[in-house]
Structure formats: structure tokens, C-alpha cells
Design a protein around this ligand. Structure first.
Ligand code: AHM
Ligand code: MG
Length: 332
């Protein structure tokens, strides 16, 4: 018999004495919104939903029509969910407040509604990434503080996950008790448990990065790729890069290896966003036995200073990420 994501959450919550069901409602908001997005994506070439929306977002990037749709779907579905205090989206400069009453608004949901959307016009995989944070204790219904509430290091995440819109639509999430994968069964209309306690291999066959930027990377990243490609880690590596973070990460989770997005001259702080790209994927990687770091340490230990801040990102199997850390130590 199938187990849907909702049933799975209810089973997990039975072991948590203080569980009120709010978290399950919140996850319901995410699964509903991502099913709406998936349905739009499936018919994207047939309807007039591809292409630019005509605006730039808070990051100064061209918004695609599907970015706007995915953001609206998440804001709508999570806006109606029990227990949500506020929502922080890649597409919005400021948090959207939902219910600041401290008796109900317990969670903050931080998300990238449609990651990799510049790939969508050529029918390449895209994804949704989310992170759930607890609203800090003792915070009152003060609108001015909401952005600060989300400035929590990644190790404090309550849950994190992503949906990959690929040949199948897959939801992967962790609430700190292992990583679980669900596949959308279109005939049932539900995400069904397909991967229990997912584990990243200790070492993998692939490295994944945009090597077109290599001339612009700090030397330690160039040397790292030289080592990977020269067999210094004891095996040959193949290169794989989709340019869609969720898809590149999902492959790394299953097959092992390393994904990295180093700093460049254009984006000296890294390109990927800490709160809704690096942190959720780092949480999943660690829960699956992998690691996620920058030159300065563990991703999940970074104290954020702004909601849209960026970070360099090295994530993957134990062997490859440890080799990066050792190299950083060696090169000073
Ligand atoms: P986005 O949030 O604007 O879609 O940008 C993030 C994407 C990631 O999916 C991907 O890892 C990266 O940008 C690719 O960047 P590049 O094209 O520079 O290799
Ligand atoms: Mg993104």
C-alpha cells in the first residue's frame, strides 16, 4: 500500500509529544503549491506561460512568468496554512507576514519558488527549495522585526526540502530524522514515499560546477578541481553540470561526488543564496551522511546578516568535501 507524504508526516509526528499538527498543515501548503506548479510546468510549452514576465526581481534578475506563478502559488497555499507567521521568498524584497499572533504563528518558511528558472524555456529540470524555521521565542507581533527572525544559522532549521520537476516530480525532505523521498503519482495526485532514509555514498563518480568561471575563482577552488580531475582522490571523475541547483544536488545526493559554486569576480560572496538555497540543501546533505562547507567552515554554522545574502557552496560526499577542507587548510 502507498504512504503519502501527509500520512508519513502524521506517523512521524505521533512520536513528538508537543506536536500540534501545525507543521503537517504547513507541509500540506507546500505540497499543494508544488503540485500546482508541477501542473503548470507540464503544460508549459502548450500554454502561454514560458518566457519573461517583464520585471526584474529583488536580485536584479529577469523574472520568468513561471517564477511569478510559483511564488504566488506558495504565498497563497502557505498564507492559508495554520501556524505560519511569515514567508520569505527569493522573489520578494521583504518578508510577507501571515499571522504574527505568537499563539498561532510559530513558523517561518523561507523558499526559492522556482530555482533554475532560466533553464525552463529549453525544457530543462527546475525545482522549488524550502526551509522551515521556528519563530524565535519571546517575539511579539511586531512587523518591523520579521526579517530579523529569519536570520538564524542553518543548524536551527526545523525542516528543509525541495521538489524537483524532472521526468518524475520528486519531493525530498528532512525534519532532522533522516531524509525521505516521495514521488508524485499523477494517477493518485499525491506524493508517495519511494525513498526511505536516503544516504549519500561516501565517495561518488562526479564533480559538478560551472567551469566556465574557473579563471575567475580563487586559487584554492582551481587547485581543488585540478586534484579531482587528476586522480588525486584515488579515482577518475566525470563532469556533470546542469546549471539547475536542485537537479545537480539531487544527482549528487543519489550518486555521490561534489557540487560547488565558488566565488567569482562578478559575485565575490558566491552566487547561491544562503537561507533558501545553501542551508536547506546543506541540512539534507548532512542528514544523508554528506557535508556542506565554504572556505571558512560549515554552511549550517553561518550566522546570516540579511535574508537574501549569498554564499560560496561546496556540498557532497564525505570524501570529496573533506578533501576540499584539507586543501583549504593546506593552502592557508
Ligand atoms: P536562480 O535562483 O536565479 O534560478 O539562480 C540559481 C541557479 C542555480 O539553480 C544554479 O545552480 C546556478 O544558478 C547556475 O548558475 P550559472 O548559470 O552561473 O552556472
Ligand atoms: Mg534560486
Amino acid at each position: 500500500m502507498i504512504i503519502t507524504v501527509q500520512q508519513h508526516l502524521l506517523q512521524q509526528q505521533r512520536n513528538v509529544s508537543e506536536a500540534t499538527g501545525r507543521f503537517t498543515w504547513l507541509m500540506h501548503g507546500i505540497t499543494l503549491a508544488t503540485k500546482m506548479v508541477e501542473s503548470k510546468i507540464r503544460s508549459a510549452g502548450l500554454t502561454n506561460i514560458l518566457g519573461a514576465y517583464g520585471e526584474t526581481n529583488v536580485q536584479g534578475e529577469q523574472q520568468q512568468k513561471l517564477d511569478v506563478y510559483a511564488n504566488q502559488a506558495l504565498l497563497h497555499c502557505l498564507g492559508l496554512a495554520e501556524g505560519v507567521a511569515a514567508l520569505v521568498s527569493e522573489e520578494d524584497a521583504n518578508p510577507i507576514t501571515v499571522d504574527l499572533n505568537p499563539d498561532n504563528g510559530k513558523y517561518l518558511v523561507v523558499f526559492d519558488p522556482l530555482d533554475g528558472s532560466s533553464n525552463i524555456d529549453v525544457n530543462v529540470n527546475v525545482g522549488t527549495i524550502f526551509s522551515v524555521l521556528r519563530r524565535p521565542e519571546g517575539t511579539e507581533a511586531n512587523v518591523g522585526d520579521v526579517a530579523n527572525w529569519a536570520l538564524q544559522p542553518g543548524y536551527k532549521q526545523v525542516a528543509a526540502g525541495y521538489v524537483l520537476y524532472g521526468p518524475s516530480t520528486i519531493l525530498v525532505y528532512t525534519a532532522g530524522n533522516g531524509v525521505f523521498g516521495f514521488t508524485l503519482d499523477p494517477s493518485v495526485g499525491a506524493f508517495v514515499l519511494t525513498n526511505e532514509k536516503m544516504c549519500m555514498p561516501e565517495q561518488g563518480p562526479y564533480y559538478s560546477t560551472n567551469e566556465g568561471n574557473a579563471h575567475d575563482w580563487p586559487e584554492v577552488y582551481r587547485e581543488y578541481i585540478r586534484r579531482i580531475t587528476s586522480g588525486a582522490l584515488g579515482q577518475p571523475y566525470g563532469g556533470r553540470y546542469i546549471g539547475s541547483l536542485v537537479a545537480d544536488f539531487h544527482r549528487t545526493l543519489h550518486k555521490g561526488g561534489v557540487f560547488l559554486y565558488p566565488p567569482t569576480k562578478k559575485t565575490p560572496g558566491g552566487k547561491l543564496r544562503l537561507l533558501y538555497e545553501a542551508n536547506p540543501l546543506a541540512f539534507i546533505a548532512e542528514q544523508a551522511g554528506g557535508m556542506a562547507v565554504t572556505e571558512t567552515g560549515r554552511i549550517l554554522d553561518i550566522e546570516p546578516t540579511s535574508i537574501h545574502q549569498r554564499t560560496p557552496f561546496v556540498v557532497g560526499s564525505m570524501v570529496e568535501v573533506k578533501a576540499f577542507k584539507d586543501l583549504v587548510a593546506e593552502m592557508g
